[in-house]
Each structure stands twice: as structure tokens, then as C-alpha cells.
Design a protein around this ligand. Structure first.
Ligand SMILES: Cc1cc2nc3c(=O)[nH]c(=O)nc-3n(C[C@H](O)[C@H](O)[C@H](O)COP(=O)(O)OP(=O)(O)OC[C@H]3O[C@@H](n4cnc5c(N)ncnc54)[C@H](O)[C@@H]3O)c2cc1C
Length: 309
């Protein structure tokens, strides 16, 4: 019921207008999205960097079925990377790219287009002294995304990938990507997936996360542990002690606006923390779709508005 309501809300232009212009939603959006343009996002990440928090920036927009739109997204990333460089922020900021936003879903040769476009972004990132991580989207895109990651890593081995603990296949993907210096973000997974491909029980997802996190921490990979879950963060800290890893060989990652006090606490303890910073004018569809897909996403945002840590 809630899901259907949110799905129809995400498609309603009228509601989008009402929500976008209401002062109340401006406050909510300001908390989770770093503005609409390059200037605002560079300003936001500069503030975070001053607090010792690293960032990975996502230009909002996904599932493009329009070649021009894909090209515009690439151009926006290149502009962003150059602006970060000009502001002297590339030592702490990288970018996150959804391959569906740069053409992966185009017919008939989306994968080829996404690879070419992703390479353009990675080349410029490399020129200005930073890196790119490819976000992971729904399970039907994983093989294609991992092929693109593998191809790009031949020239740029520091390119990051993402694996979602909720999927049955992931423990195997983690083993295959747990090699030296491999930058892998481990998250629970934001997409609603069925029991044929995913664990649907929260306890099972958490157990899978712990198993995958252990594989990464016991390997020579560079794990990027993306979670706000206090129990998983505690288990990570214990595993780090047990494996004898130093604090510069992995990082915690969280979303902008979610548990900001916890982000600062971890930094004070000497951990590396990176915050995922979305920006751009497509925030309405993004937030609504994420919430419609998974009620726990709605809970994550609502809880952030009410909790102090
Ligand atoms: C940096 C980053 C990048 C991501 N990239 C991707 C991606 O590429 N692909 C993808 O599918 N997903 C991605 N995700 C989303 C991810 O998969 C999850 O959907 C999202 O992070 C919620 O899961 P969680 O592990 O944070 O815990 P949840 O299951 O949402 O929450 C677990 C527990 O955390 C605590 N908690 C949560 N929020 C709060 C709060 N505000 N205040 C206090 N306690 C709280 C509660 O105890 C809660 O029970 C990313 C997430 C992050 C942080």
C-alpha cells in the first residue's frame, strides 16, 4: 500500500512541483542532498573535508534511455572533477557513478556505451588525482557492471566497485574481488530483490554482511564498509583488531545526513570515514523511488530526521 503510494508519488509531476517548492521539504532535501549544481556540491564537500570526512559524490540521475542524457551526465561529472581540482579538494573527494546514468540500459549496445563513458570519467578523475567508484544497481545489471569494472581496472586498478550483501551470489563475488588493493564497497543493498536471488530476512542479510566483511578484511583488498548499522560497525572494529589491519587500509562509508554524529565520532577515533554526497536536480525521483523500493530506506531517512546520533 505504502509502496504503491510512493511509486505513484514518484511519477506525479504535480506532486513533484508541490514537494519541490515546499519549505518543509527544502529542509529535508538539504539534509540528504548537497544542492543542485557543481558550486553547491563543491562547497558542501569542502565543509565535510574540514571535519576530516572524505567524500564520494554522486550526480543524481539513473536509468537513462536517452543518449543525449547519458552524454550530459558525463559532461557534468567532468565539470565536477575539474571544479574539485580547481578548489584543491581532490585529495579527499572521489566520485560515484551509476552506470545506468551513462548509458548501460540503452539498446542495443548499452554496455559498450557505458564502458566508453565510464572510461572518460575515470580518465579525467585520474588526471586530477582522484578515483571513481561504480555504484551497484539492481541484480540484473551486476554481470555487466562487473565486466565494465574489470575492463576499466586493467588501466586504472584503483577504480572502486560495490557488492551488495543481500544477494546470494555476493559471497562468491566478494571472494573473486578480494585481491590486493581492490577497492570494494560492501553495502546491504538498496534494491528490493526477490527470494530467488536475495536474502529477504534482515537477520540473514546482516549475517551475510558479516561473512563478506570478514572475507574482505582478512584479504589484502581495500574494504569500504558502507553501513549505518551500529552492530555491524562494532563487529567491523573487532574484526579489524583481530586481523591486525591498520586504520588506513579500509574505510567506513555513510550517506550524507544519516548519523552525522556517528561519522564525526568515528573520525575522532582515528578511522577513515567517507560520506556519499548526492547532488543535482533529480533528487525527487531518486528519494521517492528508493523509499518505494524498500520500506527500510524510508525508515533510514525518517530515523535520521529524529535521531541525535
Ligand atoms: C556510502 C554508501 C554507498 C551506497 N551505495 C550503494 C550502492 O551502490 N548500491 C546499493 O544497492 N546500495 C548502496 N547503498 C545503500 C545500502 O545498500 C543500504 O540500503 C543503506 O545503507 C541502508 O543499510 P544500512 O546498512 O545502513 O542499515 P539499515 O538496515 O538501514 O539500518 C540498520 C540499523 O542501523 C541503525 N540506523 C540506521 N539509520 C539510523 C539513523 N539515522 N540513526 C540511528 N541509527 C540508525 C538502526 O539501528 C538500524 O536498525 C549505499 C550506502 C552507503 C552508506
Amino acid at each position: 500500500m505504502l509502496r504503491e503510494l510512493l511509486v505513484s508519488a514518484s511519477r506525479s509531476k504535480k506532486l513533484e512541483h508541490i514537494v519541490s517548492t515546499s519549505p518543509l521539504s527544502k529542509n529535508v532535501v538539504n539534509r540528504f542532498v548537497a544542492g543542485y549544481d557543481t558550486k553547491s556540491v563543491v562547497q558542501k564537500v569542502t565543509e565535510l573535508h574540514k571535519l576530516g570526512i572524505y567524500t564520494t559524490i554522486d550526480r543524481l540521475g539513473e536509468d537513462t534511455l536517452d543518449r543525449n542524457q547519458a552524454d550530459a551526465t558525463v559532461a557534468a561529472y567532468l565539470e565536477l572533477l575539474r571544479a574539485l581540482h580547481a578548489a584543491g579538494q581532490t585529495h579527499m573527494a572521489e566520485v560515484s557513478v551509476k552506470l545506468s546514468a551513462v548509458g548501460q540500459a540503452l539498446e542495443p549496445n548499452g554496455e559498450e556505451i557505458a564502458l566508453t563513458n565510464a572510461r572518460k570519467i575515470v580518465e579525467v578523475a585520474n588526471e586530477v588525482g582522484t578515483t571513481v567508484t561504480f555504484d551497484m544497481e539492481d541484480h540484473t545489471t551486476i554481470d555487466s557492471t562487473l565486466r565494465i569494472l574489470g575492463e576499466i581496472r586493467k588501466s586504472y586498478p584503483n577504480t572502486g566497485g560495490v557488492l551488495q550483501a543481500q544477494l546470494h551470489r555476493t559471497s562468491n563475488d566478494v571472494v573473486n574481488h578480494a585481491y590486493e588493493s581492490s577497492r570494494i564497497r560492501l553495502c546491504k543493498g538498496a534494491y528490493a530483490e526477490g527470494p530467488d536471488v536475495a536474502y529477504v530476512d534482515r537477520v540473514e542479510i546482516d549475517k551475510a554482511y558479516v561473512r563478506d566483511m570478514r572475507t574482505l578484511l582478512e584479504s589484502k583488498a581495500y574494504p569500504m564498509l558502507a553501513t549505518h548499522d551500529p552492530r555491524l560497525i562494532e563487529i567491523a572494529q573487532a574484526l579489524v583488531l583481530r586481523t591486525g589491519r591498520s586504520k588506513d587500509t579500509f574505510e567506513f562509508q555513510m550517506l550524507l545526513g544519516v548519523r552525522p554524529e556517528e561519522q564525526k565520532r568515528l573520525v575522532e577515533l582515528g578511522y577513515k570515514v567517507r560520506v556519499y554526497v548526492p547532488y543535482g536536480d533529480e533528487w525527487y525521483g531518486y528519494l521517492m523511488r528508493r523509499m518505494a523500493e524498500k520500506p527500510s530506506n524510508l525508515a533510514l531517512f525518517v530515523r535520521s530526521l529524529t535521531s541525535k546520533n
